[in-house]
Design a protein around this ligand. Structure first.
Ligand code: SF4
Length: 364
């Protein structure tokens, strides 16, 4: 086994595209060595804390048609649901009482007035019901600057908008090429979110058909160059009722997608040591210990699902999603054990904001 190159890249912070691509593609003993190095360095420099974000996937109605997604508009087999505001506020109160610190609100993408006004009022209600103590992340897609501002003023302070792939050609292989799925618009939205003052997050899928290690290295450089504060990324898992499924024979094995996802997490941790990074649920869909492994090698955020259980099975962006039949209590207990197993501590009642965000503000 030769570890010389890995050692040099880490010590000299020599993060060229070629070197990043090399780290992302590592296998066998070299990979084990690399992951261990990152795990040790990370907990030494950033501490052991892991932050909880209670996740509420409150609606799977969506106006978009992304080729990989099980709840895309054109999938007529998807059972649609929309949880009422009272149940969402109750879930927020549950998160607050259980000392989660933060909440994530996520849904399919809608930008009609009824929806945007509803979210503004919902955010205010959540803030009120939790004495302003619960941090709120939202992940509600592309919106106008005015809407983003309204939501920010109503109490949301973090926004997650995944780019899915920073390679424009690949982006249009996994999205229709039309006005509703425009790559430039997505980039513009990320910039607008940063301008308004959100802690801004993005992410990609790993192991897409047509994707190379160089594409993934470019994704990491995109996060760095865009000065992103938070990242959520995980393995691509195909869904039978989507157009992208026809390319299933071009996919890496599930195990390879999982391994490369951990390599991506570890590589990003050394490239951007102060950002927040989520241990994606999709990792656990492949390996029962997937999220613990992500926590060992660089992730510091975990998102217990607190969506009312009856609706969880219908928020299926991909298939075989784990934890769709557990109650919120079971989910929290299971996760706290998982965090301990990974040798980490839970930052109860803490917002756990991205350190990178505050540094970015200082430099303004
Ligand atoms: S990925 Fe998001 S925007 Fe695209 S179809 Fe699925 S829910 Fe809608």
């Amino acid at each position: 086994m030769s570890t010389e190159r890995i050692r040099k890249i880490i010590n000299n912070k020599d993060f060229t595209k070629e070197n990043l691509s090399y780290l992302i593609s590592l296998e066998g003993d070299e990979r084990d060595y690399f992951l261990k190095q990152v795990g040790n360095t990370y907990t030494e420099s950033l501490g052991k804390k892991v932050y909880f974000r209670g996740l509420v996937e409150f609606s799977n109605f969506c106006t978009k048609d992304c080729y990989y997604c099980g709840i895309r508009k054109s999938n007529t087999h998807s059972e649609r649901y929309d949880i009422d505001n009272k149940a969402i506020v109750d879930a927020a109160i549950f998160a607050h009482e259980n000392k989660y610190g933060s909440l994530v609100l996520q849904s399919g993408e809608r930008s009609d007035k009824a929806f945007t006004v509803r979210i503004t009022s919902l955010l205010k209600k959540i803030k009120e019901a939790t004495n302003g103590e619960l941090g709120i992340t939202i992940s509600l897609g592309e919106q106008s600057e005015e809407t983003y501002r309204d939501w920010f003023e109503a109490g949301a302070h973090r926004y997650l908008l995944r780019i899915e792939s920073s390679n424009q050609d690949l982006y249009y292989k996994i999205h229709p090429k039309d006005e509703k799925h425009n790559f430039e618009t997505r980039i513009k939205c990320l910039k607008t979110l940063q301008k308004i003052g959100y802690q801004t997050g993005t992410g990609v899928m790993i192991g897409l058909p047509f994707q190379s290690y160089n594409d993934l290295a470019d994704d990491l450089l995109f996060f760095k160059n865009t000065n992103i504060d938070m990242v959520g990324m995980g393995p691509f898992i195909e869904h039978t009722e989507t157009p992208l499924y026809e390319h299933k024979d071009a996919l890496w094995s599930l195990q390879r997608r999982f391994d490369v996802s951990l390599n991506m997490i570890a590589t990003l941790r050394i490239l951007m040591p102060d950002i927040n990074m989520a241990a994606a649920t999709a990792l656990q869909a492949i390996d029962p210990m997937g999220r613990e492994k992500a926590l060992r090698y660089g992730a510091n955020v975990i998102m217990p699902n607190i969506t009312p259980t009856a609706n969880r099975k219908d928020y299926t962006l991909y298939e075989n999603k784990p934890c769709t039949d557990e109650g919120a209590d079971d989910c929290a207990n299971c996760l706290s054990i998982r965090v301990e197993m990974a040798g980490r501590e839970i930052g109860y009642n803490e917002w756990g904001d991205s350190k990178h965000f505050f540094k970015r503000q200082e430099k303004k």
